[in-house]
Design a protein around this ligand. Structure first.
Ligand SMILES: [Zn+2]
Length: 538
């Protein structure tokens, strides 16, 4: 059952120099369409949709065929595909990282005390007696008047920085965003910034609370093969984490002996401090190159076809892996057959609606699970002018036990996309809430983040807190069960008897509504004043 009534909206356009009228019908995003596509994409036939496998070939061809059947145009000139060249780097670091000072040297042990990787596709990279300089939180944030790198020529030097940002646990909600993690708090940002500064390497000091995970996660997550995109951006020779204990040892041997480096880093007038110790480490790399694909399709606009609304969802998952309870296919039904099916269902709805003023773009992205790679590549090699891209609506892992009353926005307070979402939510008798665990930085952990980085306002949201007919406790139980038993496991499967899609439909209807409104107006939603992405829009 669905309460939506079909109705016609006549949108009048004023100010384009003509009096052309666009008639766009508001339609229902079809729940059967959603179910059919999830069922197919999450079936064993798709082999878990892993990049570079037969599962990729089946998946991207399926998506191309379905977009074509719906009558969408190829998004990349005459092709539905954007090639995404990737590099697989399997690094073997030296057993020790050597820290040497005036009073002698000591070794840090690989895995126990440090990890080291690189995104440079070179067979050998190293730090050779590279001078260590403490750079606080490793942040350059013009909107806060903050620069941890100022006044140092970083060539040949290695920065040592803290994880997270100065606001975390400061008790001051006006210092950055207080406990809420900003982009500057993420390790990805810290490596990128150090590379932009021209440094040789970066050591991030691990600390469980501000990182939000223990050393064990670093140990397992930073070994083995890593996949990255071929990029022209500056890269460090060595990206490293060191344990908190190792950091204490390092500071004890340094020019900062006896000083509280954590307090010093929080000072607004912080300046980089040379530590008078040096670091050496090397990594031998095994390099493989391969090409994966984003799938791109469009519905061209009528009078503003050079302005774009981009819907995105990652098609990839983990393929075939370690068997759990006798099942080795990681079907990824929620993550992210749901979002990929959502793209097709929303595309179908737009086709039924009739053409909008602006163009609608659908991108099924590759490599999200390996580090948001398909979207990172797109952001570096955009097909559609980012300045003319009105907004991104990203769909990842929709799963709710029924129709939700809330719409939880991850990254609430970043841009006017909040207001568009709220307006659409009110139409569905729903309310908006911010992500309750903003300190975990989920805004930076799915593909919309890469659109945000190039200045495109992005919406990432879903119903996740309270149902119309389901209590807050019951919803929480459902979410906890998913996180413990389904997330990234072979049991993330579609079941036509038990998979509940009414809440998924409601969320997709909202995303369609937001996009439809944007597609028939002249406004470009703006980033709010305090947003770390505002500068990229200018
Ligand atoms: Zn996902």
């Amino acid at each position: 059952m669905n309460n939506y009534l079909k109705f016609l909206v006549i949108v009048l356009f004023i100010g384009c120099g003509n009096d052309k009228k666009t008639t766009t019908e508001v339609v229902e995003v079809d729940q059967t369409t959603i179910a059919n596509h999830i069922k197919r994409l999450a079936s064993d036939e798709f082999l878990g949709r892993k990049p570079f496998t037969e599962g990729e070939v089946i998946t991207v061809n399926y998506l191309k065929d379905e977009f074509e059947k719906l009558g969408l145009s190829p998004g990349n000139e005459d092709s539905y595909f954007q090639d995404v060249p990737m590099v697989e780097i399997t690094g073997t670091p030296s057993k020790h990282m050597v820290i040497s000072g005036k009073k002698g040297s000591f070794n840090l042990d690989y895995l126990k005390d440090f990890v080291a990787t690189t995104n440079k596709a070179e067979t050998e990279v190293s730090l050779k007696s590279s001078e260590l300089v403490f750079a606080g939180y490793g942040i350059v944030a013009p909107e806060y008047g903050w620069n941890d790198y100022e006044g140092v020529d970083w060539k040949g030097k290695t920065a040592v920085v803290l994880i997270n940002d100065p606001g975390f646990k400061s008790g001051d909600s006006t210092l950055f965003k207080g406990n809420e993690m900003t982009y500057y708090g993420r390790w990805t940002y810290k490596y990128e910034e150090a590379a932009r500064q021209g440094a040789d390497g970066l050591l991030i000091i691990h600390d469980t609370e501000p990182a939000s995970y223990g050393w064990n996660v670093i140990e397992s997550g930073w070994t083995g093969a890593r996949l990255t995109i071929e990029s022209d951006l500056p890269l460090l020779n060595v990206e490293s984490w060191i344990s908190g204990e190792s950091a204490n040892k390092l500071f004890d041997a340094s020019a900062m002996k006896g000083q509280d480096f954590k307090t010093i880093a929080r000072d607004k007038n912080f300046e980089p401090i040379p530590l008078d110790v040096k670091v050496s480490v090397e990594i031998k790399n095994n390099i493989k190159k391969d090409v994966s694909k984003n799938v791109v399709a469009t519905i061209p606009g009528t009078t503003r076809k050079d302005e774009f609304i981009i819907y995105s969802a990652h098609w990839d998952h983990f393929g075939i892996g370690k068997a759990i309870k006798g099942d080795s296919i990681y079907n990824g039904s929620v993550d992210n057959a749901s979002g990929t099916a959502g793209l097709l269902a929303i595309a179908e709805a737009f086709k039924k609606s009739g053409a909008s003023e602006r163009s609608i773009v659908f991108i099924a992205l590759t490599g999200e699970e390996q580090g948001l790679l398909g979207s990172a590549y797109y952001a570096e090699n955009p097909i559609f002018n980012p300045k003319k891209t009105v907004a991104n609506i990203n769909i990842d892992a929709l799963d709710s036990p029924g129709k939700m009353k809330d719409l939880t926005i991850t990254g609430y307070g970043q841009s006017e996309m909040d207001e568009y979402a709220e307006e659409a939510a009110i139409k569905q008798n729903r309310y908006i809430i911010p992500d309750p665990v903003a300190e975990k930085g989920y805004f930076f952990r799915s593909d919309h983040f890469n659109f945000a980085k190039i200045g495109i306002p992005a919406l990432y949201a879903s119903g996740a807190y309270e149902g119309f007919d389901i209590s807050i406790d019951e919803v929480k139980k459902h979410n906890d069960y998913y996180n413990a038993n389904t997330y990234h496991q072979p049991s993330d499967e579609y079941n036509s008897e038990t998979t509940e899609l009414s809440g998924v439909q409601l969320d997709l209807q909202l995303f369609y509504d937001v996009g439809l409104k944007l597609s028939n107006e002249a406004n470009f939603p703006k980033w709010y004043d305090g947003s770390e992405f505002r500068a990229a829009r200018k």
